[in-house]
Design a protein around this ligand. Sequence first.
Ligand SMILES: O=C(O)c1ccccc1N[C@@H]1O[C@H](COP(=O)(O)O)[C@@H](O)[C@H]1O
Length: 215
Amino acid sequence: MGVSVKICGLTEAEGLAAAIEAGARYVGFVFFEKSPRHVTPEAAAALAVQVPMGVAKVGLFVDPDDAALDRVLAHVPLDLIQLHGSESPDRVAGIRSRTGLPVMKAIGVSGPQDLDRIWDYGLVSDMLLIDAKAPEDAVLPGGNGLAFDWRLLVGRQMLKPWLLAGGLTPENVTEAIRLTRAQGVDVSSGVESAPGVKDPDRIRRFIARATAPIL
Ligand SMILES: O=C(O)c1ccccc1N[C@@H]1O[C@H](COP(=O)(O)O)[C@@H](O)[C@H]1O
């Protein structure tokens, strides 16, 4: 099976259509109000109707309480919940059982000290997202266009299906996959022309390169 692609932070129909037509396996909607890619549940619901079967609708949350999850799920038929905050393993398990949806926990990596968390969360999460750890003073815990040292993942076993994220672009995604052997990749800022503005041409180029056979 080839590399799966998630295009995250979609806010309007043109970018969404480009992602779907180019073969994205996952499309992400950000429900974190501080993000320039934030969408309301109503706006996400209007986009979700454009998503065909076989493409998973992912809701990105940062430390959501139950009410926030319920509010979104009342409007948007999500297929997967992405947790990008400091949710504990217990909270991940709780969200999974409350919503009845599979969960993908993001793990921020800046050095080898972060890698043990892959095991802790692999036990309770359906999927893992290995992302660059955001700087202490960052407003966003992800979506900052920052990469980490991919060599940290070479030969690493993951307990669950996983995606690589953090600073990926059409220009570097081939090398990232070659080095890490990632099963999937997730991108947000690397396919934008400005923060929160998706560039359909960059989306198409990213997906074409990520899904091309790697020699
Ligand atoms: O995209 C956002 O605005 C965002 C906000 C809060 C948490 C995570 C966010 N995005 C996720 O971050 C990674 C990496 O993004 P980038 O490609 O480096 O911009 C990705 O998983 C996004 O889903």
